[in-house]
Design a protein around this ligand. Structure first.
Ligand code: SF4
Ligand code: SF4
Length: 392
């Protein structure tokens, strides 16, 4: 293997970023982990592979250029049917009249396809499936052969199961923000007294069964669940793994809520949960369920590092504003590089204004533990070793 020439620290950190993570007995709140890093995972960490695939663009960035995005994230609505007390986007939330214009979105899709960009991520912002023309959007994504990653509360599938086939048709992954595994907790965490966890559970199982009908060689979405660990659901954390197994999903992600009155403030409580999860993960290690525990966005800032790869993952908000990264709320007024209603997407891309705004990004204002920072060891590897790439 080609790591012999690398410095020991770098070699170790890169290998760590690729390897199966052994238990790290570090509670999230103690902040001993590197920004964006996994606290615990029972699979190969995929972030390294993501960036290696885009190594040509990484090298362009290192040479001071602005390459085409690798993925474009879209917040297609500013409305959500849930009302979670922990929602990071709540201060910016709008009504159900705030959504991406379908015609403008179609023009954006055409522009992206023309440049060869075919990977989109849908998140929020609001709840993507609450866009009034969501069926038409996913129909079009299928027709134009886009590949999609979808973060959703999934509740619309309980009312409109037909939407599922359209989503399955073009998605590489779907992540349900579940956050609870009982009716009572589900209603508390999501801030609505009339929600029905069992209905969503049935919808997720239906989706898993549909994806399983495809052969492993087919494009089929990996279905995942996410739990933001907080006061309301801490008693359901371990049980959620049993639920994930019962539902037959592919992966499960845990993250601690940070910087919120509902966050767990006791280090002891957090480390007990992590220890319990690690034991549980060992118990279920032969099931194939991938489980990750990630650092939440918050806590104490470890180091001030300037982010270099955000340019590969810009965001277009429901009103057409283009932001340099998906974490723009902290400086909304200075993070936009233009609006697609003003000439399209690429008229604003790679301009002097865009370069100036990237240069002016202040890491002190960035999201603490931003996942984009976890790429640093991989960037270093690409920089040092790219001359060998392709010579298989
Ligand atoms: S489901 Fe997601 S977007 Fe909607 S309120 Fe909850 S956290 Fe916010
Ligand atoms: S918040 Fe900062 S570190 Fe995170 S992606 Fe945006 S620019 Fe990069």
């Amino acid at each position: 293997m080609g790591f012999i020439k690398l410095g020991r620290n770098f070699k170790d950190s890169f290998l760590r970023s690729l390897a199966w993570k052994p238990a790290i007995a570090t509670p999230a709140s103690s902040n001993l982990h590197a920004p964006g890093q996994f606290i615990y995972s029972n699979k190969i960490e995929t972030s390294a592979a993501n960036l290696l695939v885009a190594h040509g663009k990484v090298l362009e960035i290192l040479r001071g250029k602005i390459p085409l995005p690798e993925v474009v994230e879209l917040f297609i609505t500013n409305f959500c049917d849930f009302s979670c007390p922990h929602c990071r986007c709540a201060p910016y939330r709008g009504g159900n009249d705030q959504y991406f214009n379908f015609g403008t979105m179609g023009a954006l899709f055409d522009e992206l396809r023309e440049k060869g960009i075919k990977t989109l991520e849908f998140g929020g912002g609001g709840e993507p499936l609450m866009h009034p023309q969501v069926n038409d959007i996913f129909r079009r994504l299928n027709e134009q052969a886009f590949r999609v990653g979808l973060i959703t509360n999934g509740y619309r599938f309980t009312q409109e199961p037909g939407l599922m086939d359209l989503v399955i048709g073009c998605s590489d992954w779907v992540r349900f923000s579940l956050d609870a595994v009982s009716n009572d907790t589900f209603r508390k965490v999501h801030g609505k007294s009339n929600l029905n966890y069992d209905a969503l559970r049935e919808a997720i199982i239906a989706m898993v069964n549909k994806t399983r009908q495809k052969s492993p060689a087919d494009h089929r979405p990996r279905i995942g669940l996410k739990m933001i660990i907080q006061q309301f659901n801490k008693h359901e954390v371990l049980r959620s793994i049993d639920e994930a197994l019962a539902m037959g999903v592919d992966n499960m992600q845990f993250k601690f809520l940070e910087g919120h009155p509902l966050a767990l403030n006791s280090d002891r409580e957090r480390s007990d949960i992590i220890d319990g999860l690690k034991l549980k993960i060992q118990e279920i290690k032969d099931t194939g369920l991938v489980v990750e525990i990630l650092a939440g966005y918050g806590g104490e800032r470890q180091e001030l590092k300037k982010c270099r790869m955000a340019v590969l993952h810009p965001l277009v908000d429901w009103d057409g504003e283009i932001y340099m990264c998906a974490f723009f709320h902290h400086r909304k007024e200075r993070h936009s590089i233009g609006n697609i209603n003003d000439g399209g997407f690429f008229v604003h891309w790679g301009t002097e204004e865009h370069k100036r705004k990237i240069a002016e990004t202040n890491p002190k204002e960035c999201v603490i533990n931003c996942p984009m920072l976890r790429y640093d060891p991989v960037i270093e590897y690409i920089e040092k070793e790219s001359a060998r790439f392709h010579y298989i």
